[in-house]
Design a protein around this ligand. Structure first.
Ligand code: IPM
Ligand code: MN
Length: 368
C-alpha cells in the first residue's frame, strides 16, 4: 500500500484548533486502510518563540521531503514587534518560494445550505462554483528592491517591486486553462494593463498561450478592479479567474465572503510537475488567517482546513473517491444545520470547532 507522507504545520492562533479536526479525519482514513504518515512541526510565531525564526531549516527540510504539507495559519499581535525577516508570515512565504509553489488554487463554492450566510442575496451566490488561480511565487510579494530607505532630507521612501517574466505568466496561465477544460471552459484573466507594465505583459502572454495551446477555452480579459466589482455584482459569470499574486490575494478574500464566511475557503498551492516522477510539491492551507481574537475558544470554523485536506486527497494523492466522499460529508453536515458561529444565522445555536469535526467523521462513517 502506498504511504502518503504529510507534514502538519498548525502554526498560530486558530491554526492548531482547526488542524486537530483534520487529524481526526486522517485517523479515520487510516483506519479504513489509506496509508498516511504524519509529522508535525512549528511555523510562524510558534517557530519564532522556539527558534527565533519563522520556520527552522529542519522544518523546511521536512517540508521538502513530504508528499504534501498541511498548513494552519500564522501571525498574531504577540509578534507585532519581531524583526521583519522573522515575522510569522515570513515562514509561509519561505515555504511558498523554496518549494516553488507557484500555482495557488482557491475554489469558492457556495453550499446550498449556506446561501443565506453570505452577506449577498441568495440568488447572487446560490450554486456558486468558481476557481481563483493566483500566481504565488512572483510579483510584488518577492520583487526586489523591496526596502525602506532614508532620504537626505530625512524623509523615508518605501519601495516594493512588481516583476513578472514571460515564463512565470505562461506556467500559471496553463494551470488556469487546464483547470477550465475540466470545468465550464472559461478563463477570466485579471490584471491592470491600463496602469502597469506588468499588466501589459500579463495580458499579452495569456493571449499568446491561449492562441497557441488552448484556443478551445473561452478567454476574457478583465481589469482587476472591475473583477472585484463583478465578483460582488454577479459572481456566477466567472468560472476560472487567473491573476497575479497581489490581486489574487485580494480577489480571493472577496470570493471567500460569497461562500458565507472566510472560514469556508480552502486552498492548494502547487509546484511544477517533476518530469521524472510526475509528483508536484504541494501545500494546503485555509484562506482564513490565524484569527487571534477567537483563538483557543472553540469558535473557529474547521471547514476551510478540512476542505484543504480534501484538496490534498484530490490533487496530491489522486484519492478522488475519498475527496468526493469528504465533500459530500461537509455538504450533509451543513444541510443538517450544524454551524460554527461565523456561519450560524443570528440568534441560532452555534456548535464548537470540535463538534463540527466530530460530525464530519460521523457523516463519513454513515456515507461509506
Ligand atoms: C494569504 C495570506 C498571506 C498572503 C499572508 C499571511 C502572507 O493573506 O494566503 O492569502 O498575503 O498571501
Ligand atoms: Mn490573503
Amino acid at each position: 500500500m502506498a504511504t502518503h507522507k504529510l507534514l502538519l504545520l498548525p502554526g498560530d492562533g486558530i491554526g492548531p484548533e482547526v488542524m486537530r479536526e483534520v487529524e481526526k479525519l486522517i485517523g479515520w482514513f487510516r483506519k479504513r486502510g489509506t496509508g498516511f504518515e504524519t509529522e508535525t512541526d512549528l511555523v510562524g510565531g510558534a517557530a519564532y518563540d522556539a527558534h527565533g525564526v519563522a520556520i527552522s531549516d529542519a522544518a523546511m527540510a521536512r517540508a521538502m521531503n513530504a508528499d504534501a504539507v498541511l498548513f494552519g495559519a500564522v501571525g498574531g499581535p504577540k509578534w507585532d514587534g519581531v524583526p521583519y525577516e522573522a515575522r510569522p508570515e515570513a515562514g509561509l512565504l519561505r515555504l511558498r518560494k523554496d518549494l516553488g509553489l507557484f500555482a495557488n488554487l482557491r475554489p469558492a463554492i457556495c453550499y446550498p445550505a449556506l446561501a443565506d450566510a453570505s452577506s449577498l442575496k441568495r440568488e447572487v451566490v446560490e450554486g456558486l462554483d468558481i476557481m481563483i488561480v493566483r500566481e504565488l511565487t512572483g510579483g510584488v510579494y518577492f520583487g526586489e528592491p523591496k526596502e525602506i530607505v532614508t532620504l537626505e532630507n530625512g524623509q523615508q521612501r518605501a519601495i516594493d517591486t512588481q516583476i513578472y517574466t514571460t515564463g512565470e505568466i505562461e506556467r500559471i496561465a496553463r494551470v488556469a486553462f487546464d483547470l477550465a477544460r475540466k470545468r465550464r471552459n472559461k478563463v477570466s484573466s485579471a490584471e491592470k494593463h491600463n496602469v502597469m507594465r506588468s499588466g501589459v505583459l500579463w495580458r499579452k502572454v495569456v493571449t499568446q498561450v491561449h492562441g497557441d495551446e488552448f484556443a478551445d477555452v473561452q478567454l476574457e480579459h478583465v481589469l482587476a478592479d472591475n473583477c472585484g466589482m463583478q465578483l460582488v455584482r454577479w459572481p456566477k459569470q466567472f468560472d476560472v479567474i487567473v491573476t497575479d499574486n497581489l490581486f489574487g490575494d485580494i480577489l480571493s478574500d472577496i470570493a471567500a465572503m460569497l461562500t458565507g464566511s472566510l472560514g469556508m475557503l480552502p486552498s492548494a498551492s502547487l509546484g511544477a510537475e517533476d518530469s521524472q516522477t510526475g509528483h508536484r510539491r504541494a501545500l494546503y492551507e485555509p484562506v482564513h488567517g490565524s484569527a487571534p481574537d477567537i483563538a483557543g475558544r472553540g469558535l473557529a470554523n474547521p471547514l476551510a482546513m478540512i476542505g484543504s485536506f480534501g484538496m490534498a486527497l484530490r490533487y496530491s494523492f489522486g484519492l478522488i473517491e475519498e475527496a468526493d466522499l469528504l465533500e459530500r460529508a461537509i455538504a450533509q453536515v451543513l444541510a443538517a444545520g450544524l454551524r460554527t458561529k461565523d456561519i450560524a444565522p443570528a440568534g441560532a445555536n452555534a456548535v464548537a470547532t470540535s463538534d463540527l469535526g466530530d460530525a464530519i467523521v460521523k457523516e463519513l462513517e454513515t456515507l461509506s
